[in-house]
Structure formats: C-alpha cells, structure tokens
Design a binder for this molecule. Structure first.
Ligand SMILES: [Zn+2]
Length: 109
C-alpha cells in the first residue's frame, strides 16, 4: 500500500474516532466498539507510515525489516550491502554457501 493510502486511512479512522469520542454522550456498547475499531485502524496506518517508504532503501522490499546489523560499528556489514534484512540474508546465505559453514558468529542476536 502507498503512503497516500495509509495517510487517508489514518485520517478517516481518526475522524471516526474523534466523532465518537467528542460526541455529546459517553460512547458505550456498539459506539465503543466502533471507536475501538477506528483506533486500531488508525494505529495500523500510523505504524505503516512510521515504517515509511524505503525504510530499507530496497526496491523489492521497501517495507521489509531493516537489518539489525546495519550501522553496527563492531560488526559492520560488507561494503555495498543495504539496509534490507531480506536481501542481506540472501547475500549471507550465498556467502555461507561459498565459504562453507564459517559464519556461526552472525546468528541470532
Ligand atoms: Zn530487499
């Protein structure tokens, strides 16, 4: 989904939520459910916006995870590698296959 869409979703959801929240009466029952649903949608849209386009700088996986080792001074990524965890994992696997199993160091952390 594009940022425009997320932004629209966020606005629509927040408008719904505030309509209910600032109504004359305290929301209850069905209204409270609608409020909750709107807030959930707003949060999901806001999270997508926070992730942003090109967080990874990857054209294939723009909304993928960022490699936790990106910017790590003690264990830097090889030159030319991007922030995209999916692509870096692929590179890591390729490198491991070439060199044999000498990369236990780069396990979970
Ligand atoms: Zn990627």
């Amino acid at each position: 989904m594009s940022d425009q869409t997320e932004w629209r979703d966020l606005q629509v959801a927040l408008r719904t939520a505030s309509d209910i929240a600032f109504d004359q009466e305290i929301p209850s029952g069905e209204q409270a459910d609608v409020l909750l649903d709107a807030l959930r949608r707003a949060q999901a849209a806001a999270l997508a916006l926070a992730a942003g386009p090109g967080t990874t700088g990857c054209r294939v996986h723009p909304h993928g995870a960022v490699d936790p080792l990106y910017g790590d001074k003690e264990d830097p990524l090889p030159p030319g590698w991007g922030k995209c965890l999916l692509c870096n994992d692929r590179r890591r696997r390729a490198a491991t296959n070439r060199r044999g199993a000498a990369t236990g160091r780069r396990g979970m952390r």
